[in-house]
Design a protein around this ligand. Sequence first.
Ligand SMILES: C[S@@+](CC[C@H](N)C(=O)[O-])C[C@H]1O[C@@H](n2cnc3c(N)ncnc32)[C@H](O)[C@@H]1O
Length: 233
Amino acid sequence: MHSRTAKIALVSSHPEVYEPCDDSFALVDALLADRTNLLQHHPSICMEIGCGSGYVITSLAVMLGHEGFVPYYIATDINRHAIRATRETMDAHGVYTELVNTDITSGLEKRLAGSVDVLVVNPPYVPTPEDEVGCEGITSAWAGGENGRSVIDKILPAADTLLSEKGWLYMVTLTANNPSEICLEMRKKGYASRIILQRSTEEESLHIIKFWRDSDSELELNNLNYWTKLVMN
Ligand SMILES: C[S@@+](CC[C@H](N)C(=O)[O-])C[C@H]1O[C@@H](n2cnc3c(N)ncnc32)[C@H](O)[C@@H]1O
């Protein structure tokens, strides 16, 4: 991962906190490319899972901040240093976010169920030994376990619980995570999906996928299952 300059002016840093990198930049670029839709979407609650330095959620708040409406922002991270870094980054840009030091969305499901209109996630997606997942400090920023899917597979049902009827999820994935399988998993939950940005670096091929609820997806899948059963019997 080579370094580029963040698009917002000030990003807090700490040795134990993930420094914005190509994946963070790709996610913000995807959000910027979708900015007109995001503005028309009028999100009431925007959320980030795994906020790290706060680069992504602050960029989102800045890009949506000039049009007269102010969504409520909330972000979580399992790393307490990341919570402090995000607070500093947001303060530097005059935006407010509720910050919660927790595992994914633990403790927030009851309060936020069905109410998040925009959810952004750059998860730990690097394939690693399973025992590195959820380690203290910086390792938890990238350690994704088998196929890089351990944390992603916990985020998907949490996203389904939290997203509103009109909710959108933007998530970074790596080819090794098997993005088409992730899309199929979400399709089973009734979501359509689209790759809105694809970026290859020297080290990895990233996809930023957008998910939204679509009853036709569920219908299509039911039809597909029905026809598959018919053909197989
Ligand atoms: C790849 S970094 C992304 C950081 C930041 N969003 C960015 O794009 O620059 C992943 C972040 O997820 C956090 N994280 C890892 N496992 C988590 C979990 N189970 N719950 C919440 N946050 C988690 C890490 O601490 C880290 O800050």
